[in-house]
Design a protein around this ligand. Structure first.
Ligand code: SF4
Length: 408
């Protein structure tokens, strides 16, 4: 059988697609704000942009490789396994360029085979899906981010050493599914996904011997490996994260589980029963740190956080902000309807469980009079051109609501 090709380091067309990427995602406005110490002044409006925001290195690379793949395989069918990132504009650009999505109804039509090209997004795919695509003989363009690979390395090692991988993440998120599948490469490998501190507390109770087995399995039945037995599989645990979770929460969950293991088995047994590695990626951490620094250093009236509602890292940026100031998480620039109306997803504070609340509309969100100071950040899947349009729209609406100039 002819081995399929796998491209993992680009397709030697970086310079050739540079112009297209700049045309589709660059923003002069954002570059001007960067050059002005991340500050934008226009009349009564001041915008403070977080010093790290928007596209991360993993997304930059994935989108770059997708453009290169389209160019290199111009005469072949080119697919993505699903959304390349959680941003409709970027996905739409790729569709317009002729890249198809295996996650779309009716795809692939006809079946995939040798001659087809499949791009694997930055969050990776499960072990099973990778083997399937390879088995079909597809050419693969693998953009799995190095930071995700680092998590996989830890989970694989946990499984080899007989530890259950406890993954702080969202069980339906593509990255967490791919990460969890790494445990299954080893016979007997196991995983458990916990969403937040509330779920972690239930796992801690079980470890301490105060949990109920049926209740545990009813809560976590869809978040564990097949055949998971909490009585057997919580005896040796290793912690990992989806790379885009809230750093502070991941650390708290790790500490909670460590304490539960200590309570159950004693401190001397920890070294042989508990492992933890920080697997939040540096880009996520830098964006979270930057927004905290912004809130610490500037008097902000409100925060705007731009990015998909299904974008984990964006939701966590919004949670950090909502603890401190009125925060509007908007999926896109069109959610800023007018100076009086904004559509946004409410954000629970970081000490409350994650919740997928429906989008709401809030009136009178932009102060009508006097100076207004807006903090701005965006998740790792939001391109700069969208951030630039948000800035321009804010400037227009702030001018609309400004009081008339006093008569001379
Ligand atoms: S958020 Fe982090 S892990 Fe995910 S693609 Fe970006 S850099 Fe990579």
């Amino acid at each position: 059988m002819v081995q399929p090709l796998i491209f993992r380091k680009g397709l030697d067309l970086k310079d050739a697609v540079k112009g297209d990427l700049a045309r589709d995602y660059h923003s002069d406005v954002v570059e001007q704000i960067r050059a002005a110490d991340y500050r934008y002044d226009n009349g009564r409006l001041t915008i403070h942009l977080a010093r790290e925001f928007g596209f991360c290195y993993g997304v930059d690379r994935a989108v770059d490789y997708a453009y290169q793949a389209r160019m290199r395989f111009a005469d072949q069918r080119v697919y993505l396994t699903g959304e390349i990132i959680h941003n409709p504009h970027v996905n739409e650009k790729l569709r317009t360029a002729g890249i198809r999505f295996l996650s779309d109804p009716g795809e692939p039509s006809p079946e995939l085979g040798a001659g087809d090209v499949v791009i694997i997004p930055a969050f990776g795919v499960t072990v099973h899906e990778l083997a399937r695509l390879q088995g079909l003989g597809c050419t693969l363009v693998d953009t799995t981010c190095g930071s995700v690979l680092n998590v996989w390395k830890n989970v694989t090692r946990y499984a080899r050493e007989g530890f259950t991988a406890v993954i702080h993440g969202k069980v339906k998120h593509e990255e967490t599914q791919a990460t969890a599948s790494q445990a299954l490469k080893t016979p007997g490998g196991r995983y458990l996904v916990v969403l937040d501190k509330v779920e972690a507390e239930e796992v801690c109770a079980y470890i301490r011997g105060t949990g109920d087995r049926d209740a545990f399995m009813s809560r976590f039945g869809k978040a564990v490996s097949v055949g998971f037995d909490p009585d057997r599989d919580l005896g040796h645990i290793g912690l990992a994260n989806q790379t885009t979770m809230l750093m502070s929460e991941s650390l708290e969950i790790a500490a909670m589980l460590r304490q539960a293991m200590e309570d159950r088995y004693g401190v001397e047994a920890l070294a042989e029963r508990y492992r933890a590695f920080d697997t939040i990626c540096s880009a996520t951490q830098e964006r979270q740190d930057a927004v905290i620094a912004l809130l610490d250093s500037e008097a902000i009236d409100l925060m705007l956080v731009v990015g998909g509602y299904n974008s984990s890292n964006t939701c966590n940026l919004a949670r950090i902000c909502a603890d401190r100031v009125p925060t509007y998480h908007i999926a896109d620039v069109d959610r800023i309807v007018s100076a009086d109306r904004i559509r946004h997803r409410p954000v629970p504070p970081s000490d409350q469980p994650l919740a997928k609340l429906p989008e709401i509309e809030t009136p009178d969100w932009l102060p009508r009079h006097g100076a207004v100071r807006v903090g701005l950040t965006a998740g790792a899947s939001t391109p700069n051109n969208i951030i630039g349009i948000v800035v321009e729209r804010l400037a227009v609406h702030a001018a609309e609501t400004a009081p008339a100039a006093p008569p001379r």
